[in-house]
Design a protein around this ligand. Structure first.
Ligand code: FES
Length: 414
């Protein structure tokens, strides 16, 4: 039984209030980004959901203070360590006005260093049509989303970020970090080097003009776009690439929270499995490179681009392919009934990807990974290392680490 309820949100009806609140969140963000020390992935700049809206949490500066956007009472509350409080009613006033009001109050109470003004000062200059009732619904929505994220996060053993609202994009999100860095990226720059997935919710933006949930991965495994997704979830590619659930469609579900947590868990499992495969593959490759037994299997010009042929490396029969200027070799026997893949064909799928097709019953395999198309549960084919040398193409008879297919999604259980 779901505890939190997701109120109905009409995109046109919430827009003006959402934009006003976005401005206030940016104003709050200016105060924390000025005074908080840097944390990785810029976590110092985010707000936290609280019972009735959003809070900065305590900010430790010359004086300690806290800002809260209280949507139940439609007030921006400023509290200072000396006991002073400012309750500023929300009426759709420009974010700039709010920034000045907060800065003045803090200065009166002993904060002499002014905040660095960022986006808030440039945002909406005029008063917007702010609705206290819409704001209250948005606070309830954030509460319901936060509760679902808390449930999801509680089951994750690896590192996760706080559940946080980003003032810039005005999205409530959580990040998963498997603790691995991307090859070739400077590990000191965690923002670009850390593998990660984000699970977030926004009230609508320039890409999708209505509230929606998103799940993105960085770097995004190619196999992700081929995962089977449940009804109501789509793979979005315009502007960003990720799984998307529109809020309007989510609240039609019998149990929206269960739908979200299942979706997040399934995509997290796929991401985790991919990260593990990558790391196993790297260590297997390192081991293999030390002691490989190489066999010359073909002349360099013997296999034209877009073709496949059977070759023999030692005692092993393999299908050698030539695609995108790259040669790859995989076990010649199809896992279905042992069909000779070297006598198969290279086919281009609807998405432009090349597949090696078994000549007997038409099963496909990705020549570069050995995997079948996403969502299939077949075992991947074993791949072998290939080197192009001046006197021909060489294949080693010791297998690379075999990729496993990504876990099948579990939607059928509902
Ligand atoms: S033997 Fe390869 S698809 Fe059946």
């Amino acid at each position: 039984m779901t505890r939190q309820t997701f109120p109905e949100l009409q995109p046109d009806a919430i827009r003006a209030t959402r934009d006003a609140l976005h401005g206030y969140a940016l104003a709050m963000g200016d105060f924390i980004s000025t005074f908080r020390p840097r944390r990785k992935h810029w976590w110092q700049n985010s707000l936290r959901p609280c019972l009735d809206g959003l809070t900065t949490g305590p900010v430790y500066a010359q004086i300690d203070f806290e800002l809260e956007l209280n949507l139940r009472h439609s007030e921006l509350r400023v509290r200072v360590d000396n006991g002073a409080q400012l309750y500023e009613p929300l009426r759709g006033q420009p974010a700039r006005e709010m920034t000045i009001r907060i800065a003045h109050f803090l200065s009166e109470n002993g904060l002499t260093r002014p905040p660095n003004l960022g986006d808030a000062a440039k945002r909406i200059e005029s008063t917007t049509e702010y609705s206290a009732s819409v704001a209250n619904d948005l606070a309830s929505t954030w509460r319901a989303v936060s509760a679902a994220l808390e449930t999801f996060r509680a089951g994750i053993p690896e590192e996760t970020s706080p559940i946080q609202l980003w003032p810039h994009h005005f999205d409530l999100a959580m990040m998963w970090l498997p603790g691995e860095t991307i090859n070739g990226k400077d590990p000191a720059n965690e923002e670009t080097a850390d593998k990660q997935m984000s699970f977030g919710f926004t009230l609508g933006d320039g890409t999708i003009g209505e509230p929606y949930f998103y799940i993105t991965a960085y770097p995004q495994p190619a196999a992700f776009e081929k995962l089977k997704l449940p009804a109501g979830t789509i793979w979005h590619t315009a502007g960003f690439s990720g799984a998307v659930v529109k809020y309007g469609s989510l609240i039609m579900e019998a149990d929206p929270e269960a739908y979200l947590v299942d979706l997040w868990n399934d995509l997290l499992r796929a991401g985790r499995q991919y990260a593990e495969q990558e790391s196993l593959r790297k260590s297997a490759m390192n081991n293999n490179e030390r002691k490989l037994d190489w066999h010359r299997v073909a002349d360099i010009d013997e296999l034209p681009e877009g073709r496949v042929k059977t070759v023999t490396a030692g005692t092993l029969s393999m299908a050698l392919t030539h695609i995108d200027g790259q040669f790859t070799a995989m076990d010649n026997k199809c896992p279905h009934q042992g069909g000779p893949l070297g006598e198969g064909s290279i086919e281009i799928g609807g998405d432009g990807q090349c597949w090696l097709r078994c000549p007997w019953h038409g099963w496909d395999f990705d020549p570069k990974t050995g995997l079948p198309p996403g969502g299939h549960e077949d075992t991947g084919q074993t791949l072998y290392p290939v080197e192009v040398r001046s006197d021909g193409i060489y294949v080693a008879s010791k297998p690379k680490h075999r990729m496993q297919p990504l876990l099948p999604m579990s939607w059928q259980r509902r």
